[in-house]
Every structure is written in structure tokens, then in C-alpha cells.
Design a binder for this molecule. Structure first.
Ligand code: PGA
Length: 252
């Protein structure tokens, strides 16, 4: 059985002081929640503060990116051992904002996720089509390209420990969610693709989150779909009432 996973992607928001306020309030709200994996992904600068605050709670820590080298002359980058050292367990890789604004490609996603796996971090690998690709009926082609390129050369065992996030770019931060059936169609396609690439067992084990304008109002219908195993939440994860409501509604 796949345990639902709700991850909050805080993006470029919250100083470490603000992050502490947010996570302390979140802790109180979700202290009794079981049956759902809860992850918060603050910016790098708030990781240590949040890590200390969530020790011995049901909240886990994620980062928003990772570089592939462990150390060296790579000014401005952060490595997997550095994240591990702070208690980070998950790392978002290949978010569409990174593909769009920071030149991220399938190849760099693949390098980052290999580095994450090597150091025991669980990657949350993002895939998704933009609006013009959807309108040109290229959704499945784009998803196939993202999955095959990003996951190239991995073993079934490596895949089994991973999380994928289907995030249609047109739904991110726009208030336009994919309809549950529309999202399920792509999630089922991704699982079918994983089956072809890695076999049935690994495909069944891999959790596939939906992301893009997830709210307390639409989470229940999304999570009700067979192949939607959680959500990657942006805007609604920055307010405790909405993020806690999403977490509580995510239990299958
Ligand atoms: P959103 O962002 O929930 O604000 O649409 C989701 C994401 O980018 O992960």
C-alpha cells in the first residue's frame, strides 16, 4: 500500500524566523495525524532551524534542490551530504520553475537525482506539460520525455524509493487545478510508463503526487483517484490552516 505523501514547497518564501513560526504552528495542528507522510520544503537558509523544530515529530524535512557534486569549486551550490547533515530526507528535483527559469534539463535532473539517491535522500522528481503543450495534445509525449530522460539508467530498486510529482505547469500558482479525472489520466499514464521501464512491483510502489493549485477544497477529489498518492503544495502550504486541512484530508 502506498502511504499518501503531502509535501509543502515553500519556494522562495520565509526567513528562518518566519519559517520557525510557521512550523511551530503546523506541529500543533498535525500532531495527531497518522497515515500520511508530511514533508515541508523550506528554502536552504531555513533548513537547520526547521530541522531542529521538527525533531521527534511526524513532520519530515525536504529541500528544494541539490547539486550533483559532493563538494568542490561550485560557487553557490549545495550538496547532498550537506543536506543530509541537516536532517533533510527528501529533495524536490526538476521543478518546472527550475526547468523554466534556471536551465534545468532532463540530464541535470538525472544527475541531481543520482546524487540524492547515492546519499540516501528521497527525490521528489517533477514532470509536467505547459499550457501550449497541452493545447497541442502533446501532454503524454512531454510526460514520456520527462520520465524517460529524468529517470534514465536507474534500477527498479532505486525507483521504488522515489516520489514523482505530476505538475501541469498551467496549474501551478494559477488557481486552475487539473480536474481529478484529467490528473488521474496522466498519473495512470506515468504508472504505466514506470511499469514498462522498471516492472510492475516498482511501478506499484512508487508514489505519484499531484501538484498545481491544490487547496483544502480540491484535495479530497484528487486523492480519491486511484493513482494519485498525495500532493506537492505550493501557495496553500504557506498558511497553516490550509496546509493542515490538506494533510488531514489526504488520508486514503
Ligand atoms: P501551487 O504550486 O500549489 O502554488 O500551484 C505547486 C508547486 O509548484 O509545487
Amino acid at each position: 500500500m502506498r502511504i499518501p505523501i503531502i509535501a509543502g514547497n515553500w519556494k522562495l518564501n520565509k526567513t528562518s524566523r518566519e519559517a520557525l513560526v510557521l512550523v511551530e504552528e503546523l506541529k500543533r495542528e498535525v500532531v495527531d495525524v497518522g497515515g500520511v507522510d508530511i514533508v515541508v520544503c523550506p528554502p536552504f537558509t531555513a533548513l537547520e532551524t526547521v530541522s531542529d523544530a521538527i525533531t521527534e515529530t511526524n513532520i519530515m524535512l525536504g529541500a528544494q534542490n541539490v547539486y550533483w557534486a559532493d563538494n568542490g569549486a561550485f560557487t553557490g551550490e549545495i550538496s547532498a551530504p550537506m543536506l543530509k547533515d541537516l536532517g533533510v530526507q527528501y529533495v524536490i528535483i526538476g521543478h518546472s520553475e527550475r526547468r523554466q527559469f534556471f536551465g534545468e534539463t532532463n540530464e541535470t535532473v538525472n544527475k541531481r537525482l543520482r546524487a540524492a539517491l547515492k546519499h540516501g535522500l528521497t527525490p521528489i522528481v517533477c514532470v509536467g506539460e505547459n499550457l501550449s503543450e497541452r493545447e497541442a495534445n502533446q501532454t503524454f509525449e512531454v510526460i514520456r520525455n520527462h520520465c524517460q530522460g529524468s529517470l534514465a539508467g536507474l534500477s527498479a530498486v532505486e525507483l521504488g524509493g522515489m516520489v514523482l510529482a505530476y505538475e501541469p505547469v498551467w496549474a501551478i500558482g494559477t488557481g486552475k487545478t487539473a480536474a481529478p479525472a484529467q490528473a488521474q489520466e496522466v498519473h495512470a499514464f506515468i504508472r504505466g510508463l514506470l511499469k514498462k521501464m522498471f516492472g510492475e512491483a516498482a511501478a506499484q510502489e512508487t508514489r505519484i503526487q499531484y501538484g498545481g493549485s491544490v487547496t483544502p477544497e480540491n484535495i479530497a477529489a484528487l486523492i480519491g483517484e486511484a493513482d494519485i498518492d498525495g500532493a506537492l503544495v505550493g501557495g496553500a502550504s504557506l498558511k497553516v490552516p490550509s496546509f493542515a486541512a490538506i494533510i488531514k484530508a489526504a488520508k486514503k
